[in-house]
Design a protein. Structure first.
Length: 753
């Protein structure tokens, strides 16, 4: 069904074509033909001579007698044919007699009442046709050209229809064969300045002339001067009507075809060229198309067909501009600093079925670039690209930011794939040698095999997979379909965290801690929980990592601190001293704002910081160690207890113990859980407890899941127990219930709920 929109589109397309034609095609057409005729300029044929009829000035014979004199003299020189192109207003007996004496060797040229015509005008022209009594056996012919938008003659009609009669045009009357096509193309190559022009006074005076008129075609014309009328003459600007007549006499029949034949041929050739892969053939077709655009109109003209030239040139110009733009784009936008095509270029490729994107990432690439002089960076990238190229057998390697390289290769089955990437990795076992600098390289791969996505998405998922491989240390990671959905979720994580803190989806669980000495629950560790309405519970270490990466951990930690303070106040109001522990992210521990922000909360809430323990995980990811140590010292000075979490798992446990100000040491679950079975672990734990005590630290055993472990730790003089055996992390209400039941104030607690 044709909708209104289709009609508007059709109108818009038509208007666009028309405007493009008017603005570009028509002027280009004009320029084309002007150039074509000025390039093929030639001297006028010697067989044509123009006799200029001078205006009669002063006491001279009347016009008719004067023309008769000229004709008589000409007849005496025996020309081939004479055209009389004059305004026959006054016809004298002598003129009538002279015309008759000429017989069929004379043609009388009639000029219609206008000079230039459109095609329709020619069939309804008006003119004063001299009577038969005057013309006798002379033929009446009509002069006039069909002009274009710029008032340049393009062609001349074969026949004019005046008052219901057909008259041959001036040009057609000279044709030896009947003029079957609808018009005649004058030969504008004829240089008007070389046309032989003789003054009629010189004819009448009978002066001896160099030029003989014998057997010549003579055009006796009253329209030789520019004041007698001019029209555009292709290749030679404006020319008098007589010069047009000379060009018309040298013309040939032509059929004007307004169809865009050449533009169509050009477009087809260019389209075919795009799909040709062999450079030679593609450029041959381009050359053919360009020749068709440039020489096609002339060749067609030679074959008697006049086709538009401008629109083909417009198409050619647009195509050339598009090619130049693509080249520029490839050079400037799609080429990286090293001169290799970049990921924008890869994004523009389509991936054939059975192929996938591979991204390789070079670990610590930026670091080793930083040690190289800038002029060697490109060489370095090229060396790496060459190795990949050898490994994957693909010539085109794309280079992205930060040591990422990518290419497209065909799918392999799982076993072959691992082998293939291990092989590629082996290519990098030899160090890179760049300008005398040697580097070991560490390469990981990410692949995407999900054909339903576009190239850019597949490239991005391959990058993400390669980053995962780099992080996990695996040779290759493959894109998983649900990864994209996760990526969407992760991207909106921060907003969700804010929302969760507001609406209660994020909350704190409390895990009780048992004091061996006092035989009671002496505190709890606050552990964050997130129940997302869509995804269900989300593991804290998972979203905390995300929040850390996104620099959003501050807000989350201060929120935890506020909640934990509230809970600490509740528990301390219920019984003896209750110690509340919170976890401090390694990302936050060295932040300059940590101490002031914490101090502000403590001051506002008016709590005794001694009731709060800050747990710091021993991690190498603290960026600024001195700042971290300073911060922790200040927190300790404010009254906070400091605890080293997960002790025994990191690489620098003893260094931590020596450097970090701390009051407590939490033995990691992995040690604690094995002490019953493993003699060795038991010894490590025992000596660690002794060491901690020697340093004045309290020891907390984490991850105690059974009575045996619980009792063994008591024997080893551990101070505090934490784990599922003592109690799982639970809500504030659950912990309060347990606490009250243990401290014997259950009734009071329930009535106060
Ligand atoms: P963590 O600080 O080492 O916390 C102890 C983890 O061990 C908790 O896991 C806890 O549920 C679990 N756990 C306790 N007892 C046992 C046991 O007997 N057996 C076993 N198998 N597990 C036990 P959770 O709650 O999943 O927390 C994981 C990690 O997330 C925490 O490790 C901590 O590093 C981090 N985290 C939790 N809450 C916060 C927070 O508020 N801020 C920060 N920065 N990190 C937090
Ligand atoms: Ca902890
Ligand atoms: Ca821990």
């Amino acid at each position: 069904m044709r909708t209104k929109r289709d009609i508007y589109l059709a109108i818009a397309a038509f208007l666009t074509y028309f405007v493009a034609w008017a603005i570009f095609a028509s002027p280009l057409d004009q320029v084309y033909w002007n150039i074509r005729y000025s390039l093929t300029e030639r001297a006028a044929p010697a067989s044509i001579v123009v006799v200029r009829l001078n205006p009669i000035i002063g006491p001279a014979p009347d016009e008719g007698s004067y023309y008769a004199d000229v004709l008589e003299k000409l007849r005496g020189e025996d020309p081939r044919h004479v055209y009389l192109d004059a305004n026959l207003k006054v016809v004298t007996y002598s003129l009538e007699r002279e015309i008759k004496a000429f017989g069929s060797k004379l043609s009388i040229v009639v000029r219609p009442n206008q000079m230039d015509f459109t095609r329709d005008d020619a069939s309804r022209a008006t003119a004063d046709i001299p009577g038969r009594n005057l013309t006798g056996s002379a033929q009446v012919v009509v002069a006039g050209g069909l002009t274009n938008f710029w008032k340049y003659v393009v062609d001349v009609p074969c026949v004019f229809r005046i008052d219901g009669h057909s008259y041959p045009s001036f040009a057609a009357s000279t044709m030896s064969t009947p003029c079957l096509s609808n018009s005649i193309r004058p030969d504008f190559s004829v240089d008007p300045s070389t046309v032989e022009v003789i003054d009629s006074r010189d004819i009448n005076s009978g002066l001896k002339r160099e030029v003989s008129l014998r057997d010549k075609t003579i055009l006796v014309s009253g329209f030789v001067g520019k004041q007698d009328g001019v029209l555009g003459y292709l290749g030679h600007r404006q020319q008098s009507l007589a010069m047009h007549d000379v060009a018309a006499l040298s013309g040939h029949p032509i059929r004007r075809v307004d169809l865009e034949i050449l533009a169509t041929i050009f477009t087809i050739l260019i389209t075919v060229a795009q799909s040709v892969t062999r450079q030679f053939w593609r450029w041959s077709i381009y050359a053919g198309a360009a020749s068709a655009a440039l020489f096609g109109p002339v060749l067609f003209e030679g074959a008697g067909i006049l086709v538009p030239a401008g629109s083909t040139l417009v198409v050619m110009t647009v195509f050339a501009a598009w090619r130049m733009w693509s080249r520029w784009r490839r050079k400037v936008i799609e080429t990286g600093n090293a001169g290799l095509p970049n990921f924008v270029a890869l994004g523009g490729h389509s991936i054939p079925a059975g192929y996938h994107v591979v991204v390789a990432v070079i670990g610590r690439y930026e670091e080793f670039l930083a040690t190289l002089p800038p002029e060697l960076h490109a060489e370095c990238a090229h060396q790496i690209a060459r190795r990949f190229s050898v490994g994957c057998g693909t010539a085109e390697i794309f280079h992205g930011e930060g040591g990422h390289f990518a290419w497209i290769e065909h799918d392999r089955d799982a076993d072959n794939q691992i082998e293939h990437f291990e092989g590629m990795r082996a290519l990098f076992s030899a160090p890179l040698l760049v300008g005398g600098h040697m580097f070991d390289t560490n390469v990981h791969f990410g692949i995407d095999r999900n054909g339903q996505f576009d190239t850019l998405t597949r490239l991005n998922t391959a990058i993400a997979s390669a980053t995962d491989a780099l992080r996990t240390g695996r040779t290759v990671e493959q894109f998983e379909a649900n990864r994209l959905a996760n990526a969407h979720w992760e991207l909106s994580l921060l907003a969700r965290i804010d929302e969760g803190m507001r609406n209660g989806d994020i909350w704190l669980a409390y895990q009780p801690q048992w004091d061996y000495g006092e035989n009671r629950i002496s505190g709890a560790e606050a552990l964050i929980r997130w129940n997302d309405p869509v995804r269900g519970p989300i593991r804290p270490d998972e979203f905390i990592l995300q929040a850390e990466r996104a620099g959003r951990i501050d807000a989350l930690t201060y929120w935890v601190l506020e909640q934990a303070i509230t809970s600490a106040e509740i528990f301390n109001a219920l019984g003896p001293r209750f110690q509340m522990s919170i976890n401090l992210s390694a990302q936050l521990v060295d932040k300059p704002s940590l101490v002031s922000a914490t101090a502000e909360i403590v001051r506002r809430r008016g709590i005794d910081p001694h009731l709060l323990t800050v747990e710091v995980t021993e991690t190498a990811s603290v960026y600024n160690r001195p700042a971290a140590i300073r911060n922790l010292g200040e927190l300790q000075a404010m009254g906070f207890r400091l605890s080293i979490d997960d002790f025994g798992t990191g690489e620098a446990s003893l260094c931590y113990l020596a450097d970090l100000p701390s009051n407590e040491l939490k033995l990691d679950r992995r040690f604690v859980s094995r002490i019953v079975e493993s003699d060795r672990d038991r010894k490590i734990v025992a000596s660690t407890i002794k060491l901690a005590h020697a340093l004045g630290q309290t020891v907390v055993g984490e991850g105690i899941e059974d009575l045996a472990t619980f009792e063994l730790l008591r024997k080893l003089k551990c101070d505090v127990a934490q784990g599922y055996y003592v109690g799982k992390p639970e809500t504030l209400e659950q912990l309060r219930f347990r606490y009250l039941s243990l401290v014997g104030k259950q009734g009071k607690a329930f009535t106060s709920c």
